[in-house]
Design a protein around this ligand. Sequence first.
Ligand code: FAD
Ligand code: NAD
Length: 513
Amino acid sequence: ATASEPYDVVVIGGGQWAHSPGGYVAAIKAAQLGLRVSMSLLWLGSQTKPCSQTACVEKRGSLGGTCLNVGCIPSKAMLNNSHIYHQTQHDLKRRGIDVTGVSLNLENMLAAKDNAVSGLTKGIEFLFKQNKVDYIKGAASFVSPTKITVDLLDGGKSEVETKNFVIATGSEVTPFPGGSIQIDEQQIVSSTGALALQKVPEKLVVIGGGIIGLEMGSVWSRLGSEVTVVEFLGGIGGAGIDEEVAKQFQRLLTKQGLKFKLNTKVLSAEKQDGKVHLKAESAKGGKEETLEANVVLVAIGRRPYVEGLNLAAAGVELDNRGRIIIDDQFNTSTKNIKCIGDVTFGPMLAHKAEEEGIAAVEYIKSGHGHVNYNAIPSVVYTHPEVAWVGKTEQELKAEGVQFNVGKFNFSANSRAKTNLDSEGFVKIIAEKETDKVLGVHIIGGSLAVKRMEISDLGLPLGPNAGEMIGEGVLAIEYGASAEDIARTSHAHPTLSEAFKEAAMAAYSKAIHM
Ligand code: FAD
Ligand code: NAD
């Protein structure tokens, strides 16, 4: 079926956007701005309804893309429930709660994750109806800068014409270089397989100590696996993490039972006798070693996804890392085609794609849009959570910027004490001359103890760095000074007082430390 007249905007790709980021948000915003929108989503689906206000294409047959189907949402379900299991086993006694007979029902834990995903998927279907977004099940491919064909899931093809496109096709797992490790999603898994293991592996080796490696490594460690994380670099946490935070983070995870091999490069993996044998060497070369695992998680990054899009027909160019090239108004090399999210520059984060989706559509409608890349937060949803926004100390030093650092430990925060949390801190970095906040780094407090000691000492609830970072994002977005935050009343007793005290320390002195 073909729309009788061209749309104003067609969004190609809607994995993530279908829950929050990129394409879906772009489509709804475009509809709200009165633009006629077609959304072309690989995984969304239904029949083409010509002439309705909005539409999308999706080949998976369920809404939500990477984030909802195999990313943010299922991983957070597993992180939350594995934490509750772990805490119930090891932490309740010291809080005065005696529980016996705690055991893992992995099947039910996986089902709870699947229910969360399917519930949210239905929510999106509702949002689609509410915003009058049609969607077409199938994969989009450019015919010209103003036309795509869609290979429909139900068979056949559909042509869609538009004045403007927004490409939001996302990313895929980076394959291991040289093909020396093949993902089978059973024994050698990507994050997708790691979200659906049917049995707790005795030994799990994680290749890559970035966000996925640490989040999924934590899940399976809590459920009973012996987890070793092999990381090429000298520190964990991936790009953008503050070095001081990364060191403390590694210490806490080590105490929880995760093992780390830093400065180590995995070379290959071979399946033999039901096990996986990995070869690794020192990142600087030489010294080879062999590791053995029941399951291996490959988490060495993600890369932009443009397969089947036929970008050449639209004149859209890629850079040497396979990212779609855009200018600061999200324009690709073809004037009427914009691009957002993982498939282009910047951090691969759902909320970044979402901001860009809204801004791109606003540019189409009014010529104005806004994304502040200095104010995009990062959160690692481990326990404790780690969160940051803005610049790190090491970045500012490299830029030659003079700054003050204010740090406040949760050990001196009354709420953290009552929650039986003792480690972790808030760090605020402010420009020396102006006191303007340039960076905020939080590692949630955690009474991290060795696994064998856990039953005596317990595990903490942990300050929620992922929620707390919102205040830092707002401060940076509004150009606040550390003094502005320090002079703002924060409720007592809350963990957020640690935020205020860190700001006090940045411009003057903290009260409680
Ligand atoms: P995607 O969500 O990847 O969506 C792209 C969509 O385009 C897909 O549905 C794809 O099927 C579709 N598509 C591709 N080609 C075509 C085509 N030719 N025709 C039609 N449709 C097409 N980010 C966070 O911010 N917080 C988190 O907690 C978090 N956790 C994550 C956990 C995991 C395990 C993973 C893998 C990722 C996580 N991310 C997280 C990253 C987040 O999922 C991505 O940054 C986000 O999904 C990017 O959104 P997007 O709209 O750019 O692309
Ligand atoms: P990443 O880039 O964060 O980390 C990959 C790590 O693997 C790096 O530290 C790298 O040095 C290491 N590495 C690469 N090759 C290696 C080798 N041969 N041997 C050992 N180590 C090696 O990538 P990721 O963890 O796969 O995550 C992908 C993307 O998904 C990230 O961009 C992240 O933003 C996003 N994500 C976000 C969240 C979140 O926001 N909470 C959660 C999951 C994923």
